[in-house]
Write a protein that binds this ligand. Structure first.
Ligand SMILES: CC(C)(COP(=O)(O)OP(=O)(O)OC[C@H]1O[C@@H](n2cnc3c(N)ncnc32)[C@H](O)[C@@H]1OP(=O)(O)O)[C@@H](O)C(=O)NCCC(=O)NCCS
Length: 303
């Protein structure tokens, strides 16, 4: 007997069951199937949807659907127990996640994230009407290793972002720097305001490089405090196309790493698109190395 249920909150027993299932899959697949923030949401009972498939009472599959991001739309992660695969449970979970996404998002958007880039994840997602849209490397670097001093081109200075003053200039440079980027380049004032209202937002960690009052580049850092140990993130680095090639990308990245180290953090991470070899090369030179790969699939919709 197969049942599919969805819950807004899990009981402590259900939390244990889900974590045991995820651990079993992680051991078999060599990649833990859920991201850290999803595990934390499961444990803390934060708002989100939990879909569960049971086969004769035993938990066979689980999906977490996060509908809390109005900018990027709903996102889901799912996992089927290694002993229950190829019985249609993955499909049941995706169908449930799609139903939840359609209730939450007028455009019916849904992203699926798979950790570790397994062929079965791609096969399932593509079969069910999703397209691979992103392959993100997570790279990490210790902040205990030396961080070079940034070398700034003549006349360039770095200061912290000032809310109420720098938004328009930042949006302009961001759009120019990420003109070919699917999401980052299209950020609007409303998107920026949403991020600035987040508890992690800190103007002191949002560094702007300018010359004569003109914004040329920025490094927006972030601190994740929801894990066992806080970790810094190189959240976004952007350089205006007219100022590229001057070493500003490296300089603002180093300045941000120093800021994160000065906060007392021991580690930092970043996400970089696999198909951006120049950025990967820069980060490798700055001491980052590959930690994991996350693959994003996007639902193909008519809108
Ligand atoms: C990916 C995963 C969820 C699939 O779960 P599942 O219950 O085995 O999938 P289903 O039985 O519902 O398969 C549905 C369709 O996906 C495709 N598929 C799934 N696994 C496949 C595999 N190993 N090889 C080829 N096709 C596969 C098939 O087209 C299948 O339809 P079919 O059986 O009629 O041919 C499971 O392997 C898993 O938990 N992997 C680790 C976590 C993960 O990668 N999650 C992210 C998913 S996007």
């Amino acid at each position: 007997m197969i049942s599919v249920t969805r819950e807004a909150r899990l009981t402590p027993d259900q939390v244990d069951e889900v974590l045991a299932l995820a651990a079993a899959a992680g051991n078999t697949d060599g990649a833990y199937p859920l991201s850290e923030h999803v595990v934390l949401q499961i444990k803390s009972g934060a708002p989100g949807w939990h879909a569960m498939v049971r086969d004769c009472g035993a938990l066979a599959g689980y999906a977490h659907v996060d509908t809390g991001d109005p900018v990027d739309g709903p996102a889901a992660e799912l996992v089927v127990h290694p002993g229950h695969r190829r019985h249609g449970h993955g499909r049941r979970l995706v169908d449930t996640a799609v139903a939840i996404a359609e209730e939450a998002d007028p455009r019916g958007r849904l992203k699926l994230w798979a950790h570790g880039d397994h062929p079965s994840a791609s096969a399932l997602a593509i079969r069910l009407g999703f397209a691979r849209y992103r392959s993100l490397w997570q790279m990490r670097r210790s902040l205990f290793a030396p961080i070079e001093a940034p070398i700034l081109p003549e006349g360039v200075t770095i200061r912290a972002f000032e809310p109420g003053r720098d938004e328009d200039a930042w949006l302009r440079v961001n759009a120019r720097a990420f003109v070919h980027h699917p999401e980052q380049g299209r950020l609007t004032r409303a998107d920026l305001d949403l991020r600035m209202a987040e508890p992690w937002f800190s103007p002191a960690g949002f560094l702007l490089a300018e010359r004569g009052g003109e914004l040329l580049a920025y490094h927006w850092t972030k601190v994740h405090t929801d894990g066992k140990e806080p970790i810094g993130e190189v959240y976004v680095v952007g350089v205006d196309p007219d100022a590229q090639g001057l070493g500003l990308g490296k300089a603002v990245t180093l300045a941000g790493l120093r800021h994160l180290r000065d906060l007392g953090l021991s580690q930092t991470m970043l996400y970089v698109d696999e198909d951006n070899p120049n950025a990967v090369k820069l980060y490798e030179k700055l001491g980052f190395s590959r930690w994991t790969v996350d693959v994003g699939f996007q639902r193909i919709t008519n809108t």
